[in-house]
Write a protein that binds this ligand. Structure first.
Ligand code: FE2
Ligand code: FE2
Length: 208
């Protein structure tokens, strides 16, 4: 009887200890909601850009296809980072079913610019402010990695559209380098250290 009681006390103590580590810090509910929205957004963007890459190849735009492939890889890194942050807060999220539509490459580029613009102007600045207010540092880092990268994606997509409209697709980069830590995307050669996360260049993913 006494042994059973001791055992029960031990189990409840261990459960409480585990829960205090696994559960989210008080006041982080809004950031958890934002992380889930960001996982949906980044997973969808990654799948969509992979489909846009396939379409660009079909239309004979091999260099635009490379850009979409690099960005797709980058967005999957963001989704993975956000998932890791969410798990550290004691939460998980099921697989995302992406919803998107594939049109012509020019239309797809316009859609990509629209998506990146929303993330840069509205979504991530809001998420970053909330994570900062909630003092959830891991989410703050993850959101900032994505925010800094999406700013670059927006510029790369706009440039690709301009060049395509001018009939000069061949002037686009024939190689991209993606940082495996933050998703930072370089058209051409990356510097020795990632400009966002300081990851050494020899760890980068090359898309060519
Ligand atoms: Fe992006
Ligand atoms: Fe990086």
């Amino acid at each position: 009887m006494k042994r059973n009681f001791l055992f029960a006390v031990m189990v409840s103590f261990l459960t409480m200890t585990f829960m205090s580590y696994a559960s989210a810090p008080k006041g982080s509910e809004a950031t958890i909601k934002d992380l889930k929205a960001a996982i949906t957004g980044e997973s969808t963007a990654s799948a969509k850009y992979a489909a846009y890459a396939k379409k660009a190849k079909e239309e004979g735009y091999a260099k635009v296809a490379l850009l979409f492939e690099a960005a797709s890889k980058s967005e999957s890194i963001h989704a993975g980072n956000h998932r890791a942050a969410l798990e550290q807060l004691g939460e998980t999220m099921g697989k995302v079913t992406p919803k998107y539509e594939v049109k012509s490459t020019k239309e797809n580029l316009k859609d990509a610019i629209k998506g990146e613009s929303y993330e840069v102007a509205t979504m991530y600045p809001g998420f970053i402010k909330t994570a900062n207010d909630n003092k959830v540092n891991i989410a703050l880092i993850s959101f900032n990695y994505a925010f800094q990268t999406e700013k670059k994606h927006k510029v790369l997509y706009q440039h690709a559209l301009d060049v395509l409209n001018a009939g000069k697709e061949n002037t686009l980069a024939s190689k991209y380098m993606v940082c495996p830590t933050c998703g930072n995307t370089y058209d051409g050669e990356a510097p020795n250290r990632c400009g966002i996360s300081m990851k050494p260049k020899d760890r980068f993913i090359t898309i060519e």
